[in-house]
Ligand binder design. Sequence first.
Ligand SMILES: Cc1cc2nc3c(=O)[nH]c(=O)nc-3n(C[C@H](O)[C@H](O)[C@H](O)COP(=O)(O)O)c2cc1C
Length: 187
Amino acid sequence: MKGDNRIVVGVTGASGTVLAFRLLESLKNFERHLIISDGAKRVMAAETSLTVEDFSRLAEHVYEDSDLAAPVSSGSFRFRSFVIIPCSNTTLAKMTTGMADTLITRVAAVSMKERRRMVIVPREMPLSSIYIENMLKLSLNGVIVAPAMPGYYTKPETAGDMVNFVVSRVLDLMGIDNDMSGRWKDY
Ligand SMILES: Cc1cc2nc3c(=O)[nH]c(=O)nc-3n(C[C@H](O)[C@H](O)[C@H](O)COP(=O)(O)O)c2cc1C
């Protein structure tokens, strides 16, 4: 089906910008559609030396989060999957209500109504009951909730190993074959 090669990536203002960068690098065989929220731009500047331009080089199409008329905002735009990585609790909360006042939350609302594959990667610790309830609501709507929680059984030695673990599992959930990180009893 047309769109099978398209991946939409939303980057929001939770810590873990580097997760999005690694994911985009690993999707080079796909047509990548990228949206970076203003919150993500603030976090990116605070925790990495990466720039929006660095991210933009890893996508075939880049949209402003305010561009509610972008092609990806429509249910008629077909794509393979939508991933929000990392996913802030602000974006999480908006999505539970159907609020769609940014391009990322609009694509989320469309993905849910069209029953598209959608994965979110929240990052927060600890979690309040509000955050947990919000994740439950999305999960009940078919969204795959994959928090940025690396496993330790692969014996990670660097932060990069832990990033690769999370991104590897996100790729698995998107149905994309990868050997980015070890698997249990597979190394
Ligand atoms: C340095 C920094 C780190 C942050 N880390 C987190 C985080 O880990 N998780 C989270 O939910 N919000 C975090 N925030 C707060 C969000 O960026 C903020 O709620 C923002 O409104 C999110 O907007 P967005 O969802 O449109 O990107 C952080 C903010 C800053 C400045």
